[in-house]
Design a protein around this ligand. Sequence first.
Ligand code: 5CA
Length: 445
Amino acid sequence: MRLSQYFLPTLKEDPKEAEIASHRFMLRAGMIKQNGAGIYTWLPMGLRVLRKIENLVRYHQDSVGAHECLMPTIQSADLWKESGRYDAYGKEMLRITDRHDREMLYGPTNEEMITDVFRSYIKSYKDLPKNLYHIQWKFRDEIRPRFGVMRGREFLMKDAYSFDLTKEDAVYSYQKMFLAYLKTYTSLGLRVIPMKADTGPIGGDLSHEFILLAETGESEVYVDEKWMDMDLSGKDVFYKSRGQLDKFFKEMTSVYAATDETHDGVGAPANLVKTRGIEVGHIFYFGTKYSESMKALVQNKEGKTVPVEMGSYGIGVSRLVGAIIEANHDDAGIKWPASVAPYNVGIINLKVSDEETTCVCEELYKNLQAANVDVLYDDRDTNAGGKFADMDLIGLPWQVIVGPRGLKSGVVELKKRATGEKHEVSLESVMNTLTTDIKDITQGF
Ligand code: 5CA
């Protein structure tokens, strides 16, 4: 992409409404524009990151056998009356009336709708287990939307729903998702810890929140120091090996972690760290709460009709964009992990009017594209200081800086955004260095 032709409205000044780094940088880096309280337009650069996160989330859901579907954002109130949640949900639910005076709502979550989908087709244990998910916009009329996309009113969520015959099978589905979650966060370049949680309005008796530890987090958390250097990737755990998965789950859920509300000091270890965290996912096993009230029944092996066992599993996809920035930035701007960076490499042309400089940049731009590297080329005829500042702000992992002075001795400068390290590379070897030496350049997951 050529910056001269792109839609990237960067801002020099900090917007006064932004209290935390991620909100500030998302506005300044031209990723989002606010349209109303907790409601945003995703501009091209922001959307690229959102899509990359979405794709990683999707990959790990598919890997544990969940099937993607897409339910609507607008739901009928009737389903929620069946489950009994229509009145219980309160003011957070945006209620709408259509032209026929039918009560509708903008979905804050989809347990009712998926239960209705399930009961329409599945009647026998032979068709179990099943896991369906979608990645869809939700609306919650939050009393205090804040911190940009971190607590929006309209936000993108991945929500998955499992269906099993027995509680034992449902717990296995829960553990598979638990593993998929840890793998997802690792692929996003984040260290996220699981924490036993209250089930709230979703209901149920087994639940975990996934918490990214960050100073700017909304919740106060107490964690065992052990979490700081534990391997959270789940990389050697095979989800089809029930014994291995069970052992991993027990290990991970036995280390102490609690939120402000649930921390009563009981069972807390001596080496406790008090910090803050961002909830980037939440999973629930709630058994037959919805299947009983909504009559999602299946025949078991004995021919008896029983309500199906369910769980639901949410990831805050749009919140993750902000959370990743909270965990990866400095004073100058964002430092994207390679797997979610909007572009892998940025080329800075220091002097557009210099024929050789522009010629080298064009060649490099063309070659990187041909090598499947997402590249953003700053070909604007503007001053170098502004270009450096913008490139640091938008945070692409690698920068190639090309100018007449370096070219005199046949070199360009390569800068790694995460560390600020810079070194000169010869023109002949720059393509090679970028595409072969730098392993993370096109790293997906
Ligand atoms: N039905 C269940 C699981 S599918 C559910 O709705 N869970 S939830 O309420 O915990 O939401 C799942 C995730 O969505 C949260 O962990 C959080 O990361 C994200 N989320 C929730 N509310 C917001 C919000 N207002 N803005 C941005 N993300 C949010």
